[in-house]
Design a protein around this ligand. Structure first.
Ligand SMILES: [Zn+2]
Length: 415
């Protein structure tokens, strides 16, 4: 079965059927309005339970095959990319239900899909549930109603496979390549020794299959999440409950602020791999290891050799890099950005969407007089301004960043 040929079909369908104008920050209200439009005969929708704030959480059953597959998105409320991709996937299934690919998936597999497992967090654009708990550390204790819902759907259907869908910070590179990690894959660990038992090997084969599809969209921008065993996480717990569990982390392609490219990669990677799963034709696990392990070396802006001031005190000429974090305005459901300090000093291991020559620039950090350290804090929001000009200030712009792209955001934060 040719991945490339199936990819081309899926890619054409994506262009034709993707749901237009889906906002980046989606709420449960928005999502459920879209789900209400789906035909009831193939998309069976039921309430799995209620969130802490008593929002109904739906799950959708699709297909009638003997192999159960559980798919959930947005257990972290500020990670909407895959939920948006699931809407595209539903649109493709609806419109192409008579095709060989979709018929095969729905006859061999039964999909149980929980889009937006943390709707209270999605309402506020926060990672944690409204109880302040990270659901992905609650698979054992089950203190949140949302975690209990996920566990109960798994228990009811005793699924063999699981997809856990997330967003990752825009701060990772694919190994040491300097390329931003667009998608990261993880075959969750099964034990502290990180051993590759049969369950884990199967999971690696599924992850490899997803990667092989996505390669056709972002060939050099797929990484592997570093292994670690976290028994409280659902990926790991699913293994102990007998479900092979893969994580897809939607990352960042420079310039693609709303992650539309990785949304497409999710839809096609999930559908393509389901088709292979249905045909029992997953690639070998060694392909999984061809994806380099992510490193946290990506920034949004980097200044080389810039004169730095802490308030009015000169602090040397150094490299400085920054990343952006979301700053959600709940009332209007509007996302702005906070400028955060990534690194000061040797930034030679970093790449960035935008790199500036700082030789004719001054970077002045405003440090609150109440600050005990009198230093800007790494990973925290910083207040700084840049002065000076230089015609040669741009050194490089990452591939794909649209012309004029930095001006709005950059000006807003730094001028
Ligand atoms: Zn997450």
């Amino acid at each position: 079965m040719s991945i490339l040929r199936t990819f081309q079909t899926l890619d054409n369908w994506y262009t034709e059927h993707r749901v237009a104008d889906v906002p980046y920050w989606i709420t449960q209200n928005y999502l459920y309005q879209k789900l209400d439009e789906l035909p009831k005969d193939i998309f069976k929708q039921e309430i799995a339970g209620e969130s802490t704030e008593r929002r109904h959480i739906r799950y959708i059953t699709l297909g009638s095959g003997s192999t159960g597959v559980l798919i959930w998105s947005q257990m972290h409320g500020d990670e909407p990319t895959a939920t948006r991709a699931l809407l595209d996937m539903f649109a493709i299934i609806k419109n192409q239900r008579d095709s060989e690919i979709i018929k095969t998936i729905l006859s061999k597999l039964t999909l149980y899909i929980l889009p937006m497992l943390n709707p209270d967090g999605a309402e506020r654009f926060t990672r944690r549930t409204v109880m302040g708990i990270d659901m992905n550390r609650d698979a054992l204790a089950l203190r949140t109603p949302e975690a209990r819902i996920l566990k109960s759907v798994r228990d009811t259907y005793n699924v063999q496979w699981a997809y856990s869908l997330h967003d990752q910070e825009p701060r990772y590179t694919v190994g040491g390549t300097g390329k931003a990690a667009g998608i990261s894959l993880l075959a969750a660990a099964s034990n502290w020794e990180l051993s590759v038992n049969e369950v884990r090997r199967d999971t690696m084969r599924l992850a490899a299959c997803i990667g092989e599809y996505i390669k056709n969209i972002i060939p050099d921008q797929i990484g592997r999440y570093e292994d670690a065993f976290e028994p409280r996480a659902f990926g790991e717990a699913m293994h102990s409950w007998g479900a092979r569990s893969v994580l897809i982390e939607s990352g960042y392609i420079p310039g693609d602020r709303h992650r539309e490219i990785v949304r497409q990669a999710n839809t096609i990677g999930i559908l393509g791999s389901l088709f292979h799963l249905a045909n029992n034709e997953l690639p070998q696990d060694d392909l999984y290891h061809t994806f380099p392990i992510n490193r946290k070396y990506f920034a949004e802006y980097m200044f080389k050799n810039v004169a730095i001031y802490f308030n009015d005190t000169y602090a040397g000429t150094q490299d400085v890099s920054f990343h952006l974090e979301y700053n959600p305005q709940n009332e209007k459901k509007n996302l702005s950005y906070k400028l955060c300090l990534t690194e000061i000093g040797d930034c030679s291991t970093y790449t960035a969407s935008y790199v500036f020559n700082g030789l004719k620039l001054k970077l002045r950090f405003s440090i609150d007089s109440g600050s005990t350290s009198r230093l800007p804090v790494i990973d925290k929001e910083v207040n700084c301004e840049i002065t000076g000009t230089g015609e040669d200030e741009h050194i490089s712009v990452a591939d794909g960043v649209p012309a004029g792209y930095p001006e709005n955001v950059f000006a807003k934060h730094l001028l």
